[in-house]
Design a protein around this ligand. Structure first.
Ligand code: ARG
Length: 275
């Protein structure tokens, strides 16, 4: 039987319901917001963009509440290149695709992996980052070395992520889901699980920055994943997001943002994600 707790209900279904209510209200009153009427070919000039902001260095919340990170700088630069502005909002990661489907947001940039399954319900931009999943365990742990070694073990993941999907393939594993990657890593640091499966750049950053203590990354990258900007299926904004991304990949702006958050030169990216 499929049941939702109250908080799951609020996180997953409320954004969609609110969207429907707003849509009806606007239709009924004949009100129209005029953003997008100033000549851009298709779509709006102010994009409502969602992110789940506990995933540094891609997105995080500064002390004063403003969003910062690679994804934030990237989308702002894409907007500058293509002539639109970006209004960010925070959403739980597993509420992002439902909100795109409901049309309550225009796009999401949230270190979201382009997957076949997601591409059935949303449209992705061209890939903007190459990442992959990695296993983290306690520094002192010696029997966690590979996916195979995780059989029957306790694994923490962020809910709705490719890390959760990967963990679910492991025989006999006990999977604990958390609302954010830092919460999953904290659970590991506290010794309540044996491993975390999460995006390698984020886990490595958490260890390096000292945000989480006593952890290490083991073994090889488990997957190769490409991040994309997600939009509602066949969104009118898709072309200008892609055009802006292509512009900044070519004119050095992308490399500048990459340098700021990761150091070094960015790897070359494919034009489409291999699915
Ligand atoms: N790349 C992974 C995925 O798409 C994890 C992304 C989580 N992003 C976030 N902002 N919390 O499932």
């Amino acid at each position: 039987m499929f049941r939702l707790t109250r908080s799951q209900f609020l996180r997953r279904l409320l954004p969609g319901l609110l969207g429907l209510i707003c849509a009806f209200t606007f239709a009924a009153c004949g009100t129209s917001t005029t953003s997008g009427s100033s000549g851009a070919a298709g779509g709006s000039n102010v994009l409502r963009v969602a992110t789940e902001p506990a995933f540094p260095p891609f997105e995080s919340q500064a002390a004063d509440g403003t969003l910062e990170g690679f994804d934030i700088d990237l989308f702002k630069a894409i907007g500058e290149a293509s002539g639109f502005t970006v209004e960010f909002q925070s959403l739980p990661f597993d509420g992002i695709i439902p909100a795109l489907q409901a049309g309550t947001i225009d796009a999401a940039i949230s270190a979201m992996t382009i997957t076949k399954e997601r591409a059935q319900t949303v449209s992705f931009s061209r890939p903007y980052f190459k990442a992959g999943l990695a296993i983290a365990t306690k520094e002192a742990t010696t029997d966690v070395t590979s996916l195979d070694s995780l059989k029957g073990k306790r694994i923490a993941v962020q809910i709705g992520t490719t890390g959760q999907k990967e963990a679910e393939k492991i025989e006999g594993a006990e999977i604990r889901t958390f609302d954010s990657a830092p919460l999953a890593l904290q659970e590991l640091s506290n010794g309540n699980v044996d491993a975390v499966i999460n995006d390698a750049p984020v886990t490595l950053y958490a260890i390096k920055s000292g945000n989480i203590k006593g952890l290490k990354v083991v073994g090889q990258l488990l997957t190769e994943e490409f991040y994309g900007i997600a939009m509602p299926k066949d969104s009118p904004n898709l072309d200008k997001v892609n055009a802006g991304l292509t512009t900044i990949l070519g004119n050095g702006k992308y490399a500048e943002i990459y340098q700021k958050w990761f150091g070094g030169q960015p790897p070359t990216l494919p034009e489409t994600a291999p699915l």
